[in-house]
Design a protein around this ligand. Sequence first.
Ligand SMILES: Nc1ncnc2c1ncn2[C@@H]1O[C@H](COP(=O)(O)OP(=O)(O)OP(=O)(O)O)[C@@H](O)[C@H]1O
Ligand SMILES: [Mg+2]
Length: 243
Amino acid sequence: MSTIELTKTGIEGLDDILNGGIVKNSTTLISGNPGAGKSILGLQYIYNGVELFDEKGIYLTFEENAADLREAAESIGFENWQQYVEDGQINVYDKQVLLRENDFGAALDILLEDLDNEEYERLVLDSLTMFQLFFESEREKRTYLLKFTDILSENNLTTLMTNEQGTVFPGTDIGLENFLTDGNIYLLQTPTDSGVNRYVWVAKMRKQNIDSDIFPMEITQGGLTVHKNASAFSMMGEDESPL
Ligand SMILES: Nc1ncnc2c1ncn2[C@@H]1O[C@H](COP(=O)(O)OP(=O)(O)OP(=O)(O)O)[C@@H](O)[C@H]1O
Ligand SMILES: [Mg+2]
């Protein structure tokens, strides 16, 4: 038996292809094009933490304010989102909080204080792309990113960071972010006549022997579902066709 502790995403099919979950206290990058499902995955990871595993979470978003985030969560079917926020089981740092001082150091101080007062297991940063725009120099960016990831691991947080990807497959240039993360998950989408086919690819997961296949996934009411075998996926959509 492995002694590696895992944090379950609670997302149907995803924990299976991750061999049980994400390595605890690690940072995983979730990359994909706009609309690929990165934010929904992040919301679902934090929401499931509370709903299924009684684990508190922190959601940092540069993309939205707390009201938009609530709306996004509720519209996908995470109906207790706001209740968990009010209970303090989900702690949202929205763009108003993060951008208030125009100084990420100030936001880090608030985060440190919260981490001192409360035990959190999960954190989502949406998005790393926006986070990086904060800083003027490469050096400053690295300094803060390293400081931030240190805080995460010192506090035993299992983290997902979303990352906007311009192309469907990663290019050959290895960005800063690839050095800083333990895991890499890509969300892919291809257009079809009737909509879009979605896929998930776990490209890297530290300490885990991962099946590197690409698996089909869906986004529906209730969030993401990953299909472990492709044949189930090819059946999908057939139910929708008229009699
Ligand atoms: N209830 C739903 N049923 C089916 N699909 C949905 C539903 N709600 C949202 N979607 C789909 O989910 C996708 C949005 O995902 P999400 O916002 O997580 O993308 P993202 O990767 O974060 O994009 P961005 O880079 O623009 O932030 C859209 O393609 C949308 O069509
Ligand atoms: Mg998003």
